[in-house]
Design a protein around this ligand. Structure first.
Ligand SMILES: Cc1ncc(COP(=O)(O)O)c(C=O)c1O
Length: 446
């Protein structure tokens, strides 16, 4: 990597306590991005890096989209902020209507949040409020899943199943939470798409129900594809079985689609890809192409109606909301992104590019340190193991990949690959070549 600095380092790196970062290590040798355009970033040395993970699954339309920048600038000229409680502005209503055209079935009532984590908290509270209004207040238990990721707030880490995110905070996790087993079985190694086996793991929900009484369970929350733990694709029939068990016992099914929402599976939502309709969907990230903070929760009309009609007219029906819920600049970005989705047929582009991308990803199978590859749509996970200490190989490879000119996300020992939907075949080729080079370089240096 060139040592020439085209952009000066900040005077001090100490004051910024970075999220989910090895702060001490990073600050010795920082990776600072200074520009982004289309499929590429530029770092402070002036090196070009291809974006293999759409930032953090955020930028399906690529970087620096003129339409979004202009829409945000125009919105800020006209109306910069309005309180979202008991006031509003036209854009958020227009956006909710547009979103509801794409959500499955009648999940047409859209509650805006600030991010994925706040969408998850909102979904949990919606489920609890719904049951309470119906006189089912005893439904206070929530079922999540091992290896699930549902953001960083207390509700999210409670229902989530990533140990490192939970153990420090184990004393303050939400009560009444149960976890199903994750769905990644040993025989799923190197399986492209949905595994044939494992649908019976959904019966964990039935077992938990029988253990505490199904009448006490408010909701079951899962990601259709577990994203942050490295693209754990649901076994064939698994989500359908979860739906059946939820229906049998009056449990609400929540799909956390913060990653899978808006095209990552090749369909608008994971719910469409796997043909299972949940009661509530969370979304974020791609909604604004990642450039403005925004999340949302889509609920079935009857959930909205029940909660709204549960209070007399003139009173607040749902005591929940955020200062930055659907602020004008985020809405402007999301509306511009809706236009891009439509004009560029982005979701179908993702579906069309998926086989080429997955073939490329699985072509890396021969590399010795790769112990598993998984993939679906435009998302994939590669597990690397050379070091016994968990997380060491992933982080070391991530650094080698950065040097090779590739930016992605590593979680533990898994490399997460999720290219923008604007990727051409040549970009996929470049990503695969650089993955090979970076991973092999790590192997050699180990
Ligand atoms: C499935 C899922 N839920 C929730 C979140 C949290 O989103 P955010 O980081 O925007 O709060 C994420 C983030 O990656 C996610 O993947």
């Amino acid at each position: 990597m060139s040592t020439e600095q085209t952009t000066k380092l900040p005077n001090s790196l100490e004051e910024h306590w970075m999220p989910f970062t090895a702060n001490q290590d990073y600050k010795e040798s920082p990776r600072l991005m200074t520009n982004a355009s289309g499929m590429y970033y530029k770092d402070h040395h002036g090196n070009k890096l291809i974006d293999a993970s759409s930032g953090l699954f955020c930028n399906p339309a690529g970087h620096s989209r003129k339409e979004i920048k202009e829409a945000v600038a125009k919105q800020l000229e006209e109306l910069d902020y309005v309180q979202p409680f008991q006031q509003g502005f036209p854009g958020s209503f227009e956006l909710a209507r547009k979103i509801s055209k794409h959500t499955p079935s009648n999940l047409n009532r859209i509650f805006f949040t600030i991010c994925g984590s706040s969408a998850v908290e909102t979904a949990i509270k919606t489920a609890i409020a719904y049951h309470k209004v119906r006189g089912d207040g005893h439904r206070s238990h929530i079922v999540g899943r091992e290896r699930g990721y549902h953001g960083m707030n207390i509700g999210g880490i409670s229902v989530g199943g990533m140990i490192a995110n939970r153990k420090t905070f184990s004393s303050i996790l939400m009560p009444n939470v149960h976890h199903m087993r994750h769905t990644h079985l040993p025989e799923h190694k190197f399986v492209k798409g949905q595994p044939e086996t494992g649908s019976e793991l959904a019966d964990d929900l039935e077992r938990i129900s029988m253990n505490i009484g199904p009448e006490n369970i408010a909701a079951c929350i899962v990601e259709p594809i577990a994203g942050s733990t490295g693209t754990l694709v649901p076994p064939k029939g698994y989500l359908k079985r979860l739906r059946e068990i939820c229906d049998k016992h009056g449990i609400l099914l929540i799909f956390d689609e913060v990653i899978t929402g808006w095209g990552r599976t090749g369909k608008a939502f994971g719910a469409d890809a796997f043909e299972v309709t949940p009661d509530i969907i969370t979304m974020a990230k791609a909604m604004t192409n990642g450039v403005m903070p925004m999340g949302a929760v889509a609920s079935k009309e009857e959930i909205y109606e029940t909660i709204i009609k549960g209070s007399p007219k003139g009173t607040v029906e749902f005591f929940h909301g955020y200062t930055y819920s659907a602020i004008p600049a985020s809405v402007a970005a999301a509306l511009a992104m809706q236009d891009i989705f439509e004009k560029e047929d982005l979701i179908n582009r993702a579906a069309e590019m998926s086989p080429y991308f997955l073939d490329g990803l699985f072509s890396l199978k021969d590399i010795e340190s790769i112990v598993d590859i998984r993939g679906y749509g435009m998302m994939g996970g590669i597990d690397i193991v050379l070091d016994e200490r968990p997380g060491k190989s992933g982080y070391a490879t991530f650094k080698k990949l950065f040097e090779a000119g590739l930016s992605l996300k590593a979680t533990g020992d898994c490399l997460i690959v999720a290219p923008p939907f604007i990727s051409e075949k040549s970009h996929i080729d470049e990503i695969i070549e650089k993955l090979r080079k970076g991973i092999t370089n790590y192997q050699k240096s180990h």
